[in-house]
Structure formats: C-alpha cells, structure tokens
Design a protein around this ligand. Structure first.
Ligand code: SF4
Length: 344
C-alpha cells in the first residue's frame, strides 16, 4: 500500500544566490523548445521505458542502465542492449530465479568500458537478495534511507542515496556479512554522497530521477517519493552549463556542488527542481552547446543571455577567445563530434 509522500519542501536551505528572473525565464524557454523526441533515443532511459508497465523489471533495467551510464552514449546503448539480450525479456523473472551458484560466469563475456560481466552478475545477485529481503524493492530501501537521513530535502535525499549504495553494495541496509565476496571494483560502482570526498553519485541520482519524476520522459514509478527532493545527476554537461550560467561557483564536481545547484533550481520550481536536467544534459550531449563561443550555434541557445562564455565575462573570456575567432565548425559538425564524444 502506498503511504503519503515524504520529502516535500519545508523551507530547506536558502540558495547561496537565487537565480535571476532572466535565468528563470531562459531555462523555461530551453525546456519548452527542447527537442525531447530527438534526444531521448540517445539516452539510456530509452531502453528502460519499454519496461514501464512492469515496475519491477523497469527498476532492474534502470539500475543496470544507470550503473553503465558513463562514456559515449552510443556505446552505453550498445552495451545495455547486449546485456538485456542476455537477461532476456523478463528482467524481474531473471532476478527472481537468479542462481547464486555460477553468478561469476552468468553474463560472461559482457563488458562496458571498465565494467565487467562478473560485476554485473554480482549486481544481479545483490538485486536477488534485496528483493527477497525488502518486498518493496529499491523504492522501500530509498524511502527508509530518506527517513534515516533527516528532515530537509538535502538530508533526506542524501540518506536515500546512501541507503541505495549500501543495499547495492552489501545486499542489505545493515551491511551484514554475506557469503559472497564482491568482485574487484564492484563496490566502487555504488558510491554514497556521505562517503569521504562527497562524490556526486550521478548514476544513482539519475536512476532515482527516472523512477520518481512523473513528467515525461521519466517514469514516475516510485509514487511514495516526492519529486521535490530530487537532486541533479551532475554530469559534465550539466556542471559545465550550470557553472557558466551562474548556478554554481564551485570548481569541483562533488556533492556540495550538487546541493548548491539543486538549491538554486529549487527556487525556480520547489516541486520539481530537476525539471531542467534532461534538457541541460542533452544540450551538451547532442552538441547544441559547443562549450565555446560560436556565433552560429550559440545564436540559437536560450541561455545565451546568461552564459558567461557568450557574454565574454572574466577568465572565461580568455578560454573562449581563440575558438570564437577561429572556429570553422558548423552546427552539424559540432553536433556530430559531440555525439561521438557525448556522454551522460
Ligand atoms: S551560449 Fe553557447 S556556450 Fe553558452 S550555454 Fe549557450 S550554446 Fe553553450
């Protein structure tokens, strides 16, 4: 049975600097004009959506997809398709019947960049354990972590991600010893925002965005969690644009940067602070933002009035000057090279 949503904004922390009305207007324009239909096929979410009618399978595919969301988007999609081929048409049944004996070779020889088949086999084993231990699945794990985390959206969300990290690493929230030792590198796939170094936990935050947000393209399967607690999955593209339009002044991509950007976005939309995430990320992935001043490409950018690089302000002007004068690139070539290199 669903219970009341938790994590509605109750005041929270004030943003370090509220976004200007102009930036609010321009982000709205970006989101309204954004060609979602063009970019969705370039997102791992496109391979999770077909399972939306089967929440457990969607959750499972979502975890695998988000865990692999590093590097070139076309490579991610190819790797995910080949993994799904091995998992079969019913991921929930695959996990439920997952036989711990032989897990190490179950998905051999699948590989995506440094992520190996034995790590994905172990993830399947952990999911098998989690669903046996927590019938409410990863939603209930996340919700328990939020309740442990604290009252504010920041505390609650960090607590939820920490709980997912613990469960996916250890198979339970209490990190009780388990029979099977994880393969080398497995634990690093699921960092916690509470760990030393305060990592951004982009992949887990992305997975939670897919599960919680109810507006397209996200799936809205975790109905007991309010979208108001979500934090940005801070990839290189979102960070780059956020920095250049003044949503953060932090020089590193860490959890405090995530919270600073999210606080600013929460001022714009307290109920859905990551509403702009897909458009911001795919502006970079698709090559709509060349990450240098380009008169032709930037001419169509809704964020141009806010962009330090376009406005030629401060140290950013030095970085852009040469590219601005010399750039022979066309919008098509920019998009083409970005799609080759584009990553989530
Ligand atoms: S103005 Fe140009 S460089 Fe700045 S965000 Fe827009 S496309 Fe990117």
């Amino acid at each position: 049975m669903r219970t009341g949503r938790i994590g509605h904004p109750e005041g929270g922390t004030s943003p370090d600097a509220p976004p200007s009305p102009r930036l609010a207007r321009d982000l709205e324009r970006l989101a309204q004009r954004f060609p979602y239909d063009r970019s969705l096929p370039d997102d791992p979410l496109s391979l999770v959506q077909p399972f939306a009618a089967h929440p457990r399978s969607a959750e499972i595919v979502g975890v695998f997809a988000a865990t692999m969301a590093v590097g070139n988007v076309q490579t991610i999609l190819g790797s995910l398709r080949s993994l799904l081929d091995q998992i079969g048409p019913d991921p929930a049944a695959f996990i439920e019947r997952f036989d711990p004996v032989g897990w190490r070779d179950r998905l051999h020889p699948w590989k995506h960049r440094w992520i190996r088949w034995d790590q994905m086999g172990f993830l399947a084993l952990r999911l098998h354990e989690i669903y046996r231990r927590y019938p409410g699945g990863l939603e209930s794990v996340f919700r328990a972590g939020m309740e442990e985390g604290g009252e504010s959206p920041e505390q609650a969300f960090a607590g939820g991600l920490d709980a997912l990290s613990r469960a996916l690493r250890w198979g339970s929230l209490d990190q009780s010893p388990t029979f099977y030792e994880p393969p080398a590198g497995y634990l690093n796939l699921f960092p916690s925002p509470l760990a030393p170094g305060r990592p951004t936990c982009k992949r887990l935050a992305l997975f939670v965005r897919w599960m919680v947000r109810t507006a397209p393209p996200d799936l809205g399967l975790w109905r007991s969690i309010s979208p108001s607690v979500l934090h940005v999955p801070l990839d290189t593209h979102v960070y780059w644009i956020a920095k250049h339009v003044g949503l953060t002044d932090r020089k590193t991509r860490t959890w405090p940067t995530v919270t600073q950007i999210t606080r600013a976005l929460r001022v714009l939309d307290p109920n859905d602070p990551v509403r702009f995430d897909f458009a911001l990320a795919h502006t970079g992935i698709s090559g709509d933002c060349p990450k240098h001043r380009d008169a032709e490409v930037c001419g169509r950018c809704a964020l141009r009035p806010d962009c330090d690089l376009w406005q030629g302000r401060g140290g950013l002007r030095r970085a852009s000057r040469g590219r601005d004068r010399a750039s022979p690139r066309t919008p098509a070539s920019v998009r083409s090279s970005a799609r080759r290199a584009g990553s989530r």
